[in-house]
Design a protein around this ligand. Structure first.
Ligand SMILES: [Zn+2]
Length: 510
């Protein structure tokens, strides 16, 4: 009984010592990490030499750093450099920053460790002699190591799948738009509706929007409506599309997956298709694939993370043509491109008309401008497939192209590039500036609109474009009416906090 009391006392002391060591050195002090350190000290306690030559120096190192670490956190290159590379005066000032009480930490840590050893030795408690305990210790220590990775994988994979399945099941029950659907609408004029989702295409790099290099011969000359003023729902793919492709909560800028664009089309009797060159699965893409999965037919060209294989957007076209030709029902076909995704040079390998830049400083922009040209050619090919079907089989069509978000100028290894964030790790206003283009069977002239359109109204706009009547859809809202949206839901305030990016770099003189 007495022994048990002292055992618990010693272990408690050890636990708090270990916890303090990790905490004061800025290391994540989860229960698991603390227990590992406790186990180490229990074993080190088994021999006098081990304790004094290994255990004590370890605790000493932790203790010495504790006053600093409790203030500045984990040891970094910067903290070591500022200690070693400054002169004595500066070091003195550095230590002055540390509150006096922090200097008690080393005394407490070392004191508690020695006291626990004293209690264990004095009462002849030899934990290391108990074989069951040793086995348990070893298993605990190995839980996060490779030999147990197999079991960890089972655990994390199944808990992820469970989470997602339960979410999808909750969605599967019924289509939330149906509660508000009105009778079949005669507003829906066309047979084939195509929504092309671009990737990382920044508006001012498109010739159709004034970029001086002709990289959008199709969009620049085609009949249809070109809207200058659509603002993305966010600065990156998921952040933006989860708001643009659902009817979001506009006050909180939160998506509502139950009111997604695919279910909207389905509620009105459209057959829905989702053909994607983006990744399926992987944590990052899940919110978008959640919407994609609602489609009647889905085809993903990349399984796993989007970057894993470099399939060209052009590979979507045969699949698209099959869909358009084979079926006669009213359709919404979503084509999700990889477009101008980061590392644009990788996106254009199968594209012949490359724009090049001599100045190595701007080399990336040859690739980026070409990737836009490739997307433009993709759109033209889609248009031609649709036009052919219209001529042959009288299937009228309308297609929309927009990009999920723009990008910002940044510097990588001394050269200019475009990324999600600029050089100081911030998105810029340019991340929100995206193209929007529509062309349909009945468009017989070229219209250019300068009108602000909020990404948060996009699903409503898709609803009216599809000619759907639903109580949650404002029938008067039109993406292509050249009128400004009356509300930006706080976007201008958001943008005020962001830096403005430099103008698009003109590669024609580079
Ligand atoms: Zn994106």
């Amino acid at each position: 009984m007495r022994k048990l009391f002292f055992l618990i006392l010693a272990l408690t002391l050890l636990y708090y010592t270990a916890r303090g060591m990790l905490k004061f050195s800025g290391i994540h002090y989860s229960g698991f990490n603390v227990i590992l350190l406790v186990i180490l000290f229990i074993f080190l306690n088994s021999s006098k030499k081990a304790f004094w030559f290994i255990g004590f120096p370890i605790s000493l190192a932790y203790s010495i750093y504790a006053p600093i670490g409790s203030l500045f956190g984990r040891i970094t290159y910067r903290s070591v450099a500022s200690l070693l590379a400054t002169d004595a005066v500066e070091s003195k000032e550095f230590f002055k920053l540390i509150p006096l009480e922090n200097y008690t930490y080393p005394v407490l840590l070392i004191g508690a460790l020695l006291l626990s050893r004293f209690i264990l030795c004095k009462n002849k408690i030899y934990l290391h002699k108990n074989k069951t305990l040793i086995i348990i210790f070893i298993i605990i220590a190995m839980i996060k190591q490779s030999p147990f990775a197999f079991f960890n994988d089972i655990y994390s994979a199944s808990s992820n799948v469970k989470k997602e399945l339960s979410f999808l099941r909750s969605m599967d029950k019924h289509n939330s738009w149906s509660d508000y659907a009105e009778k079949v609408s005669n507003l829906s004029k066309y047979t084939n509706y195509v929504l092309v989702i671009g990737e990382s295409a920044r508006k001012d790099y498109l010739n159709a929007y004034g970029y001086p290099v002709n990289n959008t011969p199709f969009m620049s000359s085609s009949n249809g409506v070109l809207v200058d003023g659509l603002m993305a729902g966010g600065i990156s793919t998921v952040e933006s599309l989860r708001l643009m492709l659902t009817k979001p909560n506009v006050d909180l800028w939160e998506p509502n997956y139950k009111l997604n664009v695919i279910d909207l089309a389905r509620s009105a009797g459209f057959k829905t298709y989702w053909v994607s060159n983006q990744g399926f699965g992987g944590d990052y893409e899940t919110p978008v694939t959640t919407i994609a999965r609602r489609a009647d037919i889905k085809k993903f060209f990349k399984i796993g993370s989007a970057a894993s294989i470099n399939t060209s957007d052009f590979e979507l076209l045969p699949e698209f043509e099959k869909i358009v030709k084979n079926n006669t029902e009213k359709k919404l076909i979503v084509l999700h491109l990889y477009g101008s995704h980061v590392n644009a040079c990788e996106r254009i390998k199968d594209f012949e008309k490359k724009f090049t830049v001599k100045n190595p400083l701007y080399k990336y922009f040859g690739c980026y401008v070409t990737s836009i040209a490739k997307t433009d050619m993709f759109l033209e090919k889609v248009y031609k497939i649709l036009k052919n079907e219209e001529i042959k089989n009288n299937k009228t069509f309308s297609m929309i192209y927009f990009s999920d978000h723009g990008q910002s100028h940044s510097i990588d290894k001394g050269k200019y590039v475009l990324m999600h964030l600029n050089n100081s790790g911030q998105p810029t206003v340019s991340n929100y500036n995206i193209p929007l283009f529509k062309v349909s069977s009945y468009d017989n002239k070229q219209i250019k609109c300068k009108s602000f359109k909020s990404g948060l109204n996009f699903t409503n706009g898709i609803g009216t474009w599809l000619g759907i009547k639903n109580k949650l859809i404002d029938p008067n809202y039109d993406l292509f009416d050249c009128k400004n949206d009356s509300n930006d839901y706080g976007l201008s305030e958001k943008l005020k906090l962001l830096p403005k990016d430099m103008q698009a770099i003109d590669i024609s003189d580079k």
